[in-house]
Design a protein around this ligand. Structure first.
Ligand SMILES: [Zn+2]
Ligand SMILES: [Zn+2]
Length: 406
C-alpha cells in the first residue's frame, strides 16, 4: 500500500519530462562496478537507443519552435544566439540542431517518419548537412524517395546517399542558374589561448583533392630511421602547409620586406630570468603571449620592434629592430647550403628560413658565418628542442642531438 502511494507521488505529474528527470536521476545511482562486459554492452545499447529518441523529439520540438520564431520573444537575434545563451549547447551544435529542424519543416514525410521512429535523428542530420537554400528547391520532387531511403539504409549508407543527392541536385540545377552555382571555399581560423592558429576549412571537392594531394606530395612518409623521428599523417600535412606558406613568402619576396612584427617583452624575460607571473610579458602584437623559443625563431626572419617594459606601465626601451640577413647575404647562404642543413632533409634553399646559429639577442652576429638555411619544420625543431647546430673550423656546420647519436 505504502509503495503504491510513493509510486503515485513520483508519477503524479503528467509531464513526461519531469518523469524522465526522476528516472535519469535514478539511473545515475545504478551501481555498475561488478557488471560484466556483456551487461554493460546491453545497457549502453539501450541508452544509445533512448538517446536517439530524445534527439528525435528535440529536433521535432526545435522545428515547431523555429516555425513560431520562439527566440524573438526574448529579443534574441537568432535561434543560435538564443540557444547558446540559455542552454548548455555550443554554437556549432546549435547550428546543426536548427539545420535539422529546418529540414523537418520542409519535409513533412521525413518529419512523420522521424516521429514514428521509422527513421532516426541521425538520418535527418545527414540530410541537413548537405541542405542549402538552392538544393531545397528540389526537395518537393525528391522527398518521397529520400524518406524511403532514410528508412531502409543504415546511417553510414544514408550519409553517402545524401551526398550523392547533393551532387545530383547541383548537376540538375546548374544549367538553370549558372550565376548561383559558385564552388565555395571557406577557411575559418582563430588564434587560440596559447597563440596557436586553429581552424577548419570547407573546400570544393576538386580543390580539396588538389590541396591534400599537394600536401602529401610535399611531405611523404618519413623513413623509419629518420633522425628526428617519424611523423604522423597530420603532422606531415601541417609541416607541408608551413612549407607552402614559406615558399610563397620567399618566392614572392626574395630577401626583402620581411614582415614587421611588434613584441612587448618585460625586462626580466629579456634577460633570461624568470619574472614574476603578474609582470611577465612576452606578447606578439595581434597574437598574444608566445614562448621565448617562438620569439627567438620569429626574430630570425622578421624585423621585430621591441617594447621593453618594467612592470605594467614603465617603458624601458622602444624600437631597436633585430638585424636580418641582407638580400646579398641571403643569396650567399642559400647558394652555400643548397637547402636545409638538417641531416636527411631535402627541402631546397628557396623554401628555407635563414637561422642565426647564435641568436642575435645573445650577441650572435648577422654574418654568413653565423647563419644557415633551415626548412620551417627543422627551424621550429632547433628552437624548441635539444638539437643544436655547431660551426666547424672549415666553415661547415654540424647538427647534433645531445642524447641521440650524431
Ligand atoms: Zn632561427
Ligand atoms: Zn629541414
Amino acid at each position: 500500500m505504502f509503495d503504491t502511494i510513493e509510486w503515485e507521488a513520483a508519477h503524479a505529474t503528467t509531464d513526461p519530462l519531469t518523469r524522465m528527470r526522476t528516472d535519469v536521476a535514478e539511473l545515475s545511482t545504478e551501481q555498475r562496478t561488478h557488471w560484466t562486459g556483456d551487461s554493460l554492452s546491453a545497457r549502453l545499447l539501450e541508452l544509445l537507443e533512448l538517446r536517439e529518441r530524445i534527439d528525435a523529439e528535440t529536433a521535432r520540438l526545435a522545428a515547431e519552435w523555429h516555425r513560431k520564431r520562439g527566440w524573438e520573444a526574448d529579443g534574441a537575434l537568432s535561434p543560435v544566439a538564443w540557444a547558446t545563451h540559455h542552454a548548455p549547447i555550443s554554437a556549432p551544435e546549435a547550428r546543426r540542431l536548427f539545420k535539422t529542424a529546418t529540414v523537418l519543416n520542409q519535409c513533412p514525410q521525413i518529419a512523420d517518419a522521424l516521429a514514428s521512429g521509422r527513421t532516426t535523428a541521425a538520418h535527418v542530420q545527414a540530410l541537413a548537412r548537405v541542405m542549402s537554400p538552392r538544393r531545397q528547391r528540389l526537395l518537393p520532387e525528391h522527398e518521397t524517395v529520400l524518406t524511403q531511403e532514410s528508412q531502409r539504409l543504415s546511417i553510414k549508407d544514408f550519409i553517402i546517399l545524401a551526398r550523392r543527392w547533393a551532387t545530383l541536385a547541383d548537376d540538375h540545377l546548374a544549367p538553370n542558374d549558372h550565376d548561383e552555382h559558385h564552388p565555395r571555399n571557406e577557411l575559418h581560423a582563430a588564434v587560440t589561448m596559447d597563440g596557436r592558429l586553429n581552424g577548419t576549412f570547407d573546400l570544393d571537392p576538386a580543390v580539396g583533392v588538389g590541396f591534400l594531394g599537394a600536401l602529401d606530395h610535399l611531405a611523404p612518409p618519413d623513413p623509419a630511421d629518420a633522425p628526428d623521428g617519424v611523423r604522423s599523417l597530420a603532422e606531415r600535412r601541417g609541416d607541408a602547409l608551413a612549407d607552402l606558406a614559406n615558399w610563397y613568402h620567399q618566392g614572392t619576396n626574395p630577401g626583402g620586406n620581411p614582415p614587421n612584427l611588434n613584441v612587448i617583452v618585460d625586462v626580466a624575460t629579456l634577460n633570461g630570468e624568470t619574472p614574476d607571473l603578474a609582470q611577465k610579458r612576452c606578447d606578439l602584437e595581434g597574437v598574444g603571449p608566445i614562448t621565448q623559443a617562438t620569439l627567438d625563431q620569429i626574430s630570425c626572419g622578421a624585423t621585430l620592434s621591441r617594447l621593453i617594459m618594467a612592470g605594467d606601465s614603465v617603458i624601458l626601451d622602444m624600437g631597436r629592430k633585430t638585424r636580418l640577413a641582407t638580400p646579398n647575404q641571403q643569396r650567399a647562404i642559400r647558394i652555400r647550403d643548397t637547402g636545409c642543413i638538417f641531416p636527411s632533409c631535402d627541402r631546397p634553399a628557396p623554401w628555407c628560413d635563414i637561422h642565426h646559429v647564435k641568436p642575435y639577442a645573445q650577441g650572435g652576429e648577422t654574418s654568413i658565418d653565423n647563419m644557415v638555411c633551415l626548412c620551417r619544420r627543422h627551424h621550429t625543431l632547433i628552437h624548441n628542442s635539444q638539437w643544436t647546430i655547431q660551426p666547424n673550423p672549415d666553415g661547415t656546420f654540424t647538427v647534433r642531438h645531445p642524447i641521440r647519436a650524431p
